[in-house]
Design a protein around this ligand. Structure first.
Ligand SMILES: Cc1cc2nc3c(=O)[nH]c(=O)nc-3n(C[C@H](O)[C@H](O)[C@H](O)COP(=O)(O)OP(=O)(O)OC[C@H]3O[C@@H](n4cnc5c(N)ncnc54)[C@H](O)[C@@H]3O)c2cc1C
Length: 427
């Protein structure tokens, strides 16, 4: 995207074209202005337009330019934290609501893909959280127990079952979550935009919101060539936001993650590795993950930014690590490489903020944005439409946090990932 092969990599080369859009010019009026066209903004725009609201969605660059076009495509249920931690952090009512909503995130994504016939290679065969060592096994066992108590189709697999499903013997076991699966993430974002436009939303790309003013009971949002006057504003910029409402971005520590994609593997290798096509990641602190795309390329990633010295270090490590996990591949060659930023909050949970009167946002998805964006986009729309009262939201209204020394922490994580990968990791 934007002539940068390191931004959206494989997904840009294999996604169907985005629906035609233009930048905003002149003055527009709307009931709701949506800022940002990733999963959250587009899900909100679609829901609002279908309810008969006049919606104008503004995207600074292109549809899926943020995390939505760069991620791995795991449609996950819930958050990173243990289910039992969520009510502890949010209180019983919010916690229960958030758990139910986020646990059901994949179902909403699958339903949306079906309803709007979105061409995004959905694979609904579950994900495998692969255990490394005893602590990984214990963590998975506890997650299986907690989700099991809630009736979710989640179970712990033995090392032998895991080896059979993954095609590698390096893991001590895994957690199979049948609610989850994989998609082509940019294709899904583009499909959501197509559905929102068909429902009547105006979607403008190359339309960065530069300023916002309260004029009477409305907001006026200004882009370089136009403006929108709207009663409500849904800010859906997550980790890729900035002015005029930078608070959501600022309360997150940005952690870079990279992806490499091999050439399409031969039929024998495709049969021996992930024959069930689950999406996998491991339980290490510096996590790595792998999945197939629809053409049999193995996508492999971990923490780190592909810039400066990071490009060569992470590339060399990814090659060594893949060869170690899947020795049957032999010498690994990569066709695509790209990276993006995940926004982390201090308790790894998302936030809901009222940034100003009639300006609302969800942010802090902590690397779990596909299911989360789908359900939170709907909730934003329903709240604006008056269908969900503030007290019934899945998260409490909070003030944005101000993390201490964010720039230093971000530099530390980026450099730390390089050091860890230069020193070895899997190899
Ligand atoms: C490498 C990587 C791997 C990941 N893997 C996964 C995964 O496997 N599964 C998963 O669920 N999540 C994953 N995530 C996280 C997921 O991609 C994000 O949480 C998700 O994209 C958030 O969706 P969103 O719509 O809220 O925000 P985004 O998709 O980030 O969209 C925000 C949009 O707002 C736009 N914008 C910003 N400022 C303005 C402005 N002033 N005016 C107009 N537009 C503006 C941006 O250009 C951007 O397009 C991953 C992220 C990365 C980077």
């Amino acid at each position: 995207m934007q002539n940068d092969p390191l931004s959206h990599g494989l997904w840009e080369t294999t996604a169907p074209a985005a629906p035609p859009t233009s930048s905003l010019t002149g003055q527009a009026k709307a009931d709701v202005a949506v800022v940002g066209c990733g999963y959250t903004g587009l899900s909100a725009a679609l829901r609002l337009a279908e309810a008969g609201a006049k919606v104008v969605a503004l995207e600074a660059v292109e549809i899926g330019f943020g995390g939505a076009g760069r991620n791995v495509g795991y449609v996950n249920a819930g958050m990173w934290v243990m289910p039992s931690e969520i009510p502890k952090a949010l209180g019983a009512d919010y916690g229960e609501r958030a758990l139910t909503l986020l646990g059901g995130g994949p179902a909403v994504v699958w339903e949306t893909i079906d309803k709007y016939a979105i061409d995004c290679d959905p694979v609904r065969n579950g994900t495998l959280h692969c255990a490394v060592g005893r602590s990984g096994l214990a963590d998975n066992g506890e997650r299986a127990r907690q989700w099991g108590e809630r009736g979710a189709p989640v179970r712990a697999l033995s090392a032998a079952e895991t080896a059979k499903r993954v095609g590698s013997e390096v893991y001590a076991g895994s957690l199979l979550d049948m609610r989850a699966g994989t998609i082509q993430p940019l294709a899904y974002a583009r499909g959501l935009a197509r559905a929102a436009i068909a429902a009547g939303a105006a979607v403008h790309t190359q339309s960065c919101v530069r300023a916002a003013e309260r004029t009477g009971r409305s907001w006026t949002l200004r882009t370089d060539a136009g403006s929108v006057v709207a009663d409500w504003v849904a800010v859906a910029t997550e980790a890729y936001g900035g002015a005029p409402w930078p608070q959501g971005r600022r309360e997150q520590i940005l952690l870079p993650y990279f992806n490499f994609a091999t050439r399409p593997l031969g039929a024998d290798l495709q049969a021996s590795i992930l024959p069930g096509r689950e999406g996998c990641w491991d339980t290490r602190k510096i996590m790595s993950y792998f999945r197939f795309d629809r053409d049999g390329r193995l996508v492999f990633g971990s923490v780190g930014a592909l810039r400066g010295t990071g490009l060569a270090i992470h590339r060399a490590w990814a090659k060594r690590a893949l060869e170690k996990i899947f020795p049957q591949i032999g010498a690994v060659e990569f066709e695509h490489q790209w990276y993006g930023m995940i926004g982390m909050t201090d308790n790894a949970l998302p936030r809901f903020h009222r940034l100003a009167e009639n300006v609302v946002t969800f942010c802090g998805y902590n690397g779990r944005g596909i299911g989360t964006g789908a359900v939170f986009g709907r909730v934003l729309a329903d709240h604006i439409l008056g269908r969900i009262a503030e007290k019934d939201l899945p998260l409490p209204v909070t003030e944005p946090d101000a993390p201490t020394l964010p720039t230093l922490k971000e530099a530390y994580y980026e450099a730390g990932a390089q050091i860890a990968h230069a020193l070895g990791g899997w190899v």
